[in-house]
Design a protein around this ligand. Sequence first.
Ligand SMILES: NC(=O)C1=CN([C@@H]2O[C@H](COP(=O)(O)OP(=O)(O)OC[C@H]3O[C@@H](n4cnc5c(N)ncnc54)[C@H](OP(=O)(O)O)[C@@H]3O)[C@@H](O)[C@H]2O)C=CC1
Ligand SMILES: Cc1cc2nc3c(=O)[nH]c(=O)nc-3n(C[C@H](O)[C@H](O)[C@H](O)COP(=O)(O)O)c2cc1C
Ligand SMILES: C=C(C)CCOP(=O)(O)OP(=O)(O)O
Ligand SMILES: [Mg+2]
Length: 348
Amino acid sequence: MNSKITSPTETQNRKADHLRVCLEESVQFQQTTGLERYRFTHCCLPELDWNEIDISTTFLGKQLGAPLLISSMTGGTEFAGIINQRLAKVAQKYKLAMGVGSQRVAVENPEVGGTFAVRSLAPDILLFANLGAVQLNYQYGLDQCLRAIDLLQADALILHLNPLQESVQTKGDKNFRGLLDKIAVLCKKLPVPVIAKEVGNGIWATMAQKLIDAGVAAIDVAGAGGTSWAKVESERAKDAMQRRLGATFADWGIPTAECITNVRAIAPNIPLIASGGLRNGLEVGKAIALGADIAGLALPFLQAAAESEAALDTLAEVLVAEITTVLFCTGNGTLSDLKHSLALQKLA
Ligand SMILES: NC(=O)C1=CN([C@@H]2O[C@H](COP(=O)(O)OP(=O)(O)OC[C@H]3O[C@@H](n4cnc5c(N)ncnc54)[C@H](OP(=O)(O)O)[C@@H]3O)[C@@H](O)[C@H]2O)C=CC1
Ligand SMILES: Cc1cc2nc3c(=O)[nH]c(=O)nc-3n(C[C@H](O)[C@H](O)[C@H](O)COP(=O)(O)O)c2cc1C
Ligand SMILES: C=C(C)CCOP(=O)(O)OP(=O)(O)O
Ligand SMILES: [Mg+2]
């Protein structure tokens, strides 16, 4: 690990806080993803062999062993580096996609770049760089994006959209004016695709359409129902005003199930990632049946990675078995069959 990490910057402290708060405090939404309002119709005679069910897929041109993304989380501290290394190893083993956390901390302090640089551990995976779109209003541009991509040898760049989190964050960056045009310029100039992603408050069709028109290659809805970033920032704020603001908005956002159906309805072909509150492979199956191509999980992977490599391995194995069982018990041999089936019913 990078032994040169000496004087932690404010950004590094925030990264450390985010890991601590997510692992130790109650940070989940009270409102749900909405996926519990759907149920698969059970198929009593699938006419399939469980062992031959194929949950592989391709996303942005790369083959995945399962329709799973380890969502963007961390980097910038020694502990974050260990988490990223563990995540990368399990991603390589199961051929999962993976994102790293915001690389702003490494743009500010290149000495911590090594805590993100997992490509050597995961040479074959679909790997996503990450920066906050709002940084484009605070001196960031093409150069910083290229640096983030190069550090990872990333296949795509995620730009996260997090207006609520920045509102609650102490000294958050709150000027979101003019960003759509800046995103459009980047989409034209960058050598890799750009993905637009929320952080747990959801993306609705109206904005999805504008982002697609701006040139983004994929959307990660990151809807409500899982980790609440208003709660996390409220928890870590020292200032009573910020704490109260976060508490008021702790449950704000569009549930993940609604985001998926709403975005898919206006963009039948956009590569679509479902995330926000997905906690098992049955929920992943529901998200895919609703129109997502792959599904991302953050907090469950963090909890397992913090525990051990064995816990991560178990999580990946369980998720794969759960997704396979969804296909088996709905009588679908592939993810494509599942998407086109009518197996998922909305409860009255
Ligand atoms: N928590 C999770 O989402 C997952 C946990 N695990 C594993 O399960 C074991 C115990 O979990 P742990 O989280 O420590 O248990 P806890 O019951 O202590 O939960 C800790 C936090 O996770 C939330 N939580 C727990 N289960 C769920 C769920 N099914 N959906 C949404 N939120 C949930 C709780 O929310 P609240 O108290 O507000 O209801 C709480 O904020 C660990 O080994 C962990 O690795 C694995 C995958 C996901
Ligand atoms: C510890 C932690 C750090 C995160 N950091 C980032 C980040 O830097 N960039 C980002 O786009 N999303 C970040 N996220 C948000 C997740 O990618 C995800 O959108 C959100 O947590 C909802 O998913 P979940 O309910 O599965 O946790 C982070 C999540 C966690 C748990
Ligand atoms: C943690 C999440 C969900 C997104 C990034 O948060 P930050 O606001 O801390 O990210 P940077 O400013 O460091 O890009
Ligand atoms: Mg920020």
